[in-house]
Design a protein around this ligand. Structure first.
Ligand SMILES: [Zn+2]
Length: 155
């Protein structure tokens, strides 16, 4: 059942779930992003499995294998992925886990609750098997679309 929800900013009806919860209030995409057309990005794979030992498996789509030449020689790689389940954010929130954390906006933080839904994570490359890349330290949910993989800047 589709419940009709009005945007808390412009008061118009929100169509097709095109909204975020901002400070717990629904706001339509037009109010957040203006009149621009969305950018279309094809994922190159997805986060397939997250194990208890902190190792995640990323499965790339088969065609992507030709772009993996010498990837196994890297120790650290950067994973760019899409936060497909995120639809809420706060304009200001406390950074970190402590209650005395500094108050900041989304762009001064690494919060996953952000309007772009793009996340970047530097991870340790554990091993590669065909199109599967095993990494340690990826803070992504299962089935997250993977948008890109890059050599990480030296830490
Ligand atoms: Zn609106």
């Amino acid at each position: 059942m589709n419940k009709k929800v009005a945007c808390s900013e412009c008061k118009r009806e929100i169509k097709d779930g095109h909204s975020f919860l901002v400070d717990d209030q629904p706001v339509c995409y037009e109010c957040i992003f203006g009149q621009v057309e969305p950018v279309m990005i094809y994922p190159i794979g997805k986060v397939s499995k997250i194990n208890d030992d902190g190792i995640s498996r990323i499965d790339l789509f088969p065609y992507q294998q030709r772009f993996m030449y010498k990837l196994e020689e890297e120790k650290w790689i950067t994973i760019v992925y899409y936060l497909h389940q995120i639809n809420s954010m706060n304009t200001v929130f406390k950074r970190g886990t402590k209650s005395n954390g500094k108050e900041v906006g989304v762009f001064a933080s690494r919060s996953p609750h952000r309007p772009s839904r793009i996340a970047v994570s530097d991870v340790e490359l554990v091993r590669i098997s065909n199109f599967s890349i095993y990494v340690k330290g990826l803070d992504a949910r299962q089935d997250s679309p993977v948008l890109d993989i890059k050599m990480a800047k030296k830490l």
